[in-house]
Design a protein around this ligand. Structure first.
Ligand code: 9MR
Length: 378
């Protein structure tokens, strides 16, 4: 099956290269398969980054907020909400008729300490934290009711071994904090899609933990719409077959699968870990930062092939996959410029620092059914 897909991809590549159809856009190429999106930073959705805005409008039909809807941004103090940036993000999506994603309601990162503490700095009790969670979710989801189409309700609740992460949410409330978060979100906007979002769900232990978690939530009556595979991938991990098996494992639960934060790290690994754990930080060394003057052709081609292999799997599963979102618009925006080593030149996306499409862009377009449909017409 894989060989067949790969051969088709190759033939289509030649067809496109000679026909000039590679000039199509991502959202056009995949319009019959899934939504195509990008995570936006403030410079993008406020219009300050004019080049990014042009790219976003042309290429994408769904957006995610890279940081502005996180707890610390939107609710920095107990009685203080700041919706200024988030409102502009949502307005940008509405104005451009895009599917607007909310990221994220309940997470252990980018959540202020006060959420879990009383005035003396001691941990609050279960009831207090549940009340805070309820207030936060009903306020934020309520504000964007009917505008934000789907929410990453709980983000990264699992450890790499598939057990529940020992986060302050889990420690103070207990494991039903997840059930409560989904119930509160559903109550605040019954029409909104509800997602569980995490990284390295392609690895068996974590995947098994996630499958068990989703089944449990479903048994408790949570209308969970989709599982988000973040897709912070390496060049050698996960393999296309591993991604294929992961999509199937979640699809069997009757939920959609979304690729929510896609990027491919071409830089030399600073760690063997496959986790997108934001707390990791290693010292900058020249050997870890080889592409400061741009990506050499050979690496561009390897990146293009890797993207094509992954998209071939996504397209094959177009019935299950509802959205593929890149974590950033151009390479210059990517969080990978600062993680897990600060100050590197990262090249993980489809558009370079000048906003020009890389060879990976055409390789991705060529996996869509669009060229196949065109060929039928010839
Ligand atoms: O891209 C985000 C970066 O700007 C922030 O500094 C970082 C801090 O936690 O979060 C990044 O986004 C993360 C996302 O919210 C959840 N999955 C992992 C992403 C990359 O770290």
């Amino acid at each position: 099956m894989f060989m067949k897909i790969m051969t088709t991809v190759g033939i289509m590549g030649i067809f496109l290269a000679t026909s000039g159809f590679a000039q199509t856009t991502l959202k056009e190429a995949f319009k019959n398969d899934f939504l195509i999106g990008a995570a936006l930073n403030e410079a993008a959705f406020t219009g300050q980054n004019i080049n990014a805005v042009a790219l976003i409008k042309t290429q994408f039909n769904t957006i995610s907020p890279e940081n502005v809807l996180k707890w610390e941004s939107i609710h920095p103090k107990p009685d203080q909400y700041d919706f200024s940036a988030a409102d502009r993000y949502v307005e940008f999506g509405q104005k451009n008729k895009m599917f607007i994603v909310g990221h994220t309601l309940v997470w252990h990162n980018q959540t202020p300490k006060w959420v879990f503490q009383d005035d003396q700095g001691n941990p609050v009790d279960r009831d207090t934290l549940l009340k805070r969670m309820h207030k936060h979710i009903s306020t934020v989801v309520g504000r964007y009711k009917g505008k934000i189409g789907g929410w990453d309700v709980v983000n990264e609740a699992l450890n790499e071994d598939g057990t529940l992460r020992d986060s302050p949410w889990e420690k103070i409330i207990g494991e039903d904090y997840l059930l409560k978060a989904y119930q509160f979100a559903h109550e605040a906007d019954p029409q909104a899609e509800l997602y569980y979002n995490d990284y390295s769900l392609e690895n068996a232990p974590k995947q098994n933990g996630a499958v068990a978690l989703i089944k449990k939530l479903q048994a408790q009556g949570v209308p969970i719409t989709a599982v988000g595979l973040q897709g912070h991938y390496k060049m050698d991990w996960p393999g296309p077959q591993q991604v294929d098996a992961t999509i199937q494992a979640f699809s069997k639960l009757g939920v959609k699968v979304m690729i929510t934060e896609l990027d491919l790290d071409v830089l030399p690994p600073a760690t063997r870990s496959q986790a997108a754990e934001v707390s990791m930080n290693f010292a900058l060394q020249a050997k870890l930062n080889p592409y400061t003057n741009g990506l050499p052709d050979a690496v561009q081609q390897t990146l293009a092939k890797r993207y094509a292999d992954l998209f071939a799997v996504f397209v094959q599963h177009h019935d299950t996959i509802s959205r593929v979102t890149f974590w950033g618009v151009t390479d210059g925006d990517s969080w990978l410029n600062n993680w897990p080593v600060k100050g590197r030149a990262a090249h993980p996306l489809l558009f370079n620092r000048d906003g020009k499409p890389k060879p990976a862009f055409n390789a991705v377009i060529q996996t869509s059914k669009l060229p196949q449909d065109l060929q039928k017409l010839m």
